[in-house]
Design a protein around this ligand. Structure first.
Ligand code: ADP
Length: 501
């Protein structure tokens, strides 16, 4: 069933969507792009046009960076006391919560994900991250040091360090968690006193534009947060090259992350990259197969598998492999798929036709390389970019579906025989974002954790994120950390001060 999108949403969502053309925010003003061109934003559940947004250009990026530079040094922002930044961030967190349902509906219509999931996960985490980072605004501190300079033994000094905001932050995000990823970039930037130019993904710009309204309503000065819509080459690339940007923070694919890292080096722009993954789900032999299968299903099918840390490789001990895979297939087959505004649906469509074709292409590659499709395996509807939750077994470690990120509801399942073997396989991809271990055998779990090359290891859970827990990748999954105190380091310079007294 396709719900009537205009009647089943909140009045705020209806009002927002009735503006078929949305403008972007530069220097506190809602503007069209300098070229006048627009991009269509599709609803992936119906393949219909939801809205249009400006197709931004290098000139728009330049205007936004100039605005952010002015705001960075403006007394209204540069002289604002930390407790006032904290107050504004808390107000923003409250506004995000007050508009939770609307944000969730916009996210669902734009990205496809179930609105209930968007509200419980994306919006709730975004609000909690603004609130968490609000707390840090008043706790940024350096240290005082007792120095002993060997070539000046008689002299006296006072030494200390200060943390200073890095400046203008260029933030580029992907389409899988549009609001939440924007929050991951904006919250620490504002807590530290930076200013921001955000480029949402071209597929999903709407929740960022709605968030920008809330940022204005919270009372942040003009130009502190700017949002430029458009595609990667026209907006993302000029932002990465702009000499007025002091820090780039990116969430997206490893391929684009590498381009951004290289562009950053040309200007020595600071850079944080949160990239792809191929995270293993490792089930030890003591684990109840039913528990493991339910966990594995959640690990891969959450957000239609469009999660950088999705548990896309299942390694179950040979003794319980068949039971785990059979139960996982039952979970996959039982999931209800459909329009995200229908509360009965647990999975929505993938974000775009391109993504659907990519995922179906990988399923075909799995088949060609000898894989057995244990569940799913094809498109789930003729209209909308729906793909069945899929389980592939019978492939070996070197198969492309085991090595490459699919970014969809597709898990490959493989049996293993001992801990050293599974640790080696778990680490045998270019990625290292997350991993989960399923077991109550404390000793084995603790032996395995240090062997896993990943930024996060979950035990008896997967995809669990907390604002206080650093998140980021080993190897080609990225550079730097988001969330937790660690996130602040990416937005702060460290200045050493030494005073001869
Ligand atoms: P995905 O593979 O998940 O679509 P991408 O890595 O392609 O993710 O895109 C993530 C973000 O990076 C999007 O906002 C996209 O527009 C942007 N982007 C794409 N190409 C470039 C580029 N050359 N320079 C900067 N940003 C880019």
């Amino acid at each position: 069933m396709i719900p009537n999108e205009t009647v089943s949403v909140t009045p705020c969502t209806r009002e927002f969507l009735s503006t078929h053309h949305h403008r972007m925010l530069i220097d506190g003003r809602w503007v069209d792009g300098s070229s006048g061109e627009t991009l269509a934003v599709l609803n992936p559940a119906t393949e219909t046009v939801l809205a249009t947004v400006p197709a931004g250009s290098a000139a728009d990026v330049d205007a936004a960076v100039q605005a952010a530079r002015r705001a960075f040094v403006s007394p209204a922002w540069a002289k604002m006391k930390p407790d006032q930044r904290q107050r504004l961030l808390l107000r923003l967190a409250d506004l995000v919560e007050a508009h939770a349902r609307t944000l969730a509906e916009i996210e669902s219509l734009d990205n496809g994900k179930p609105a209930a999931v968007a509200e419980a996960v994306d919006v709730a985490l975004a609000a909690s991250y603004f609130r968490y980072m609000a707390g840090w605004a008043t706790k940024i501190e350096g240290s005082t040091l007792d120095v002993s300079i060997p070539f000046a033994p008689q002299a006296e000094f006072v030494g200390y360090t200060r943390r200073e905001p890095v400046g203008v932050v260029g933030a580029i995000v992907a389409w899988n968690f549009p609001l939440l990823l924007a929050a991951w970039k904006i919250a620490p930037a504002l807590a530290t006193g930076c200013t921001v130019v955000l480029k949402p993904a071209e597929q999903t710009p709407l929740s960022a534009l709605y968030l920008a309204r809330l940022i204005q309503e919270a009372g942040f000065p003009d130009g502190v947060v700017n949002v430029v819509t458009g595609d990667g080459p026209s907006v993302g690339a000029p932002l990465t090259r702009h000499p007025g940007v002091n820090k780039l923070t990116f969430t997206g694919s490893t391929d684009i992350g590498k381009l951004i890292g290289k562009a950053a080096m040309d200007n020595m722009t600071r850079v944080t990259l949160e990239l792809g993954g191929k995270s293993p789900v490792i089930v030890l032999e003591d684990c109840d197969p039913g528990v493991a299968a339910a966990g594995a299903a959640q690990a891969i099918y959450f957000n239609q598998g469009q999660v950088c840390c999705a548990g896309s490789r299942l390694y179950a001990h040979r003794k319980i492999f068949d039971r785990v895979v059979a139960d996982l297939a039952d979970h996959a087959n039982a999931l209800t798929i459909g329009h995200g505004l229908d509360p009965a649906n647990q999975l929505g469509p993938l974000v775009s036709q391109e993504q659907m074709e990519r995922v179906c292409g990988y399923i075909d590659i799995g088949r060609q390389q000898g894989g057995e499709i244990v569940a799913g395996g094809k498109r789930a509807a003729d209209i909308g970019y729906f793909v069945q939750p899929t389980v592939i077994a019978g492939v070996d470690q070197k198969a492309r579906v085991v090595q490459e990120e699919i970014f969809g509801p597709v898990v490959v399942a493989m049996p293993y025989d001992d801990l050293d073997q599974v640790a080696a396989w778990a680490n045998d991809t270019p990625y290292g974002l997350g991993a989960s271990i399923w077991s109550n055998d404390l000793a084995r779990v603790h032996r395995l954790i240090p062997k896993i090359h990943a930024g996060t290891v979950w035990v008896n859970c997967h995809n669990m994120l907390d604002p206080a827990l650093p998140f980021g990748g080993y190897k080609q999954s990225g550079f730097g950390r988001e969330m937790g105190r660690a996130a602040l380091d990416g937005f702060l310079e460290q200045k050493s001060v030494l005073i001869a007294v």
